[in-house]
Design a protein around this ligand. Sequence first.
Ligand code: A2P
Length: 312
Amino acid sequence: MTTLKFRNNDEMPILGLGTFRSEPNEVYNAVLSAIKMGYRHIDCAAAYGNEKEVGNAIAEAFKQGLVTREDLWVTSKLWNASHGEENVIPALHQTLEDLQLEYLDLYLIHWPVALKKGTEMPEKASDFVPLSEVPLTSTWKGMEAALEQGLTKHIGVSNFNENQLKEIMATAVHQPEMNQVEMHPFLQQEALQSFCVQNDMLLTAYAPLGSLVDENSTLRLLENDSIKNIAKARHMSPAQVALAYTIQRGIAVIPKSTNKARLLQNLETLNHSLTEEDMALLKDLDKEHRFIDGKFWEVDNGPYTADSIWNA
Ligand code: A2P
């Protein structure tokens, strides 16, 4: 499988399985089926509330001899309620216990947003902690300690903008190696990509199919005419065109599915490629449109706004 190379030459499969919004009773089958089909990269997070089931599926794959630990790339993320240097390793231990693993391949700070301990999703201003009280650099120190203890092979962030990256890079002993952000043809993030490339940092695209979560949204990536036309011409599905576009930009993708046919279809993207002409047409689709808009971090008198997260 095509891979992205980390600084020490470790290789991450460029296409992984996303597990966000996979129901606990569905995610076990999705992960096990995916591994059977040839997926070798699973993207998880404590916040998805399903790491135990993901862990059961991975354990079953080991038991059936489908893969060894070394064959798999497993990513997880530190929840916002565990920001702060001293909270990182305990949170990571919980994730490792849930996933039944001794180490992760990649651990990310999920959001540049801090919440009070024990908060799942915030409802009021007092559920938050401002970054002035728990700076990103403090949380990063905890991430570095996790790396040094061998609990994870690589560390990075998610949903960070350029300035937030610069803030942790200024004092980091171990530089962030990954930024996982929303990316697809309607949100191409070229400036962020340039910054990451210049700083030897890799990118992973979440919601690479345009998320499909907002049923009322009139913007539907997979129904876009250019995507559909290219799909027809190349004997691909619209989803494969969307994934191939991001992959050919050198960015990892983690489409979520709990449906076997779609899991296979997404994996088979790797058997296709787009021409330079296709790539040029798709480049024109950028609308800087976020499906995951970050507005859920805005509460009355709260310390975070979507704009401060994406642009500050
Ligand atoms: P399902 O799990 O029923 O397959 P994203 O990763 O961009 O957030 O998108 C995930 C959404 O896209 C899920 O609703 C998933 O539903 C759906 N999906 C996954 N793969 C495909 C595909 N190949 N074609 C169409 N929809 C897909």
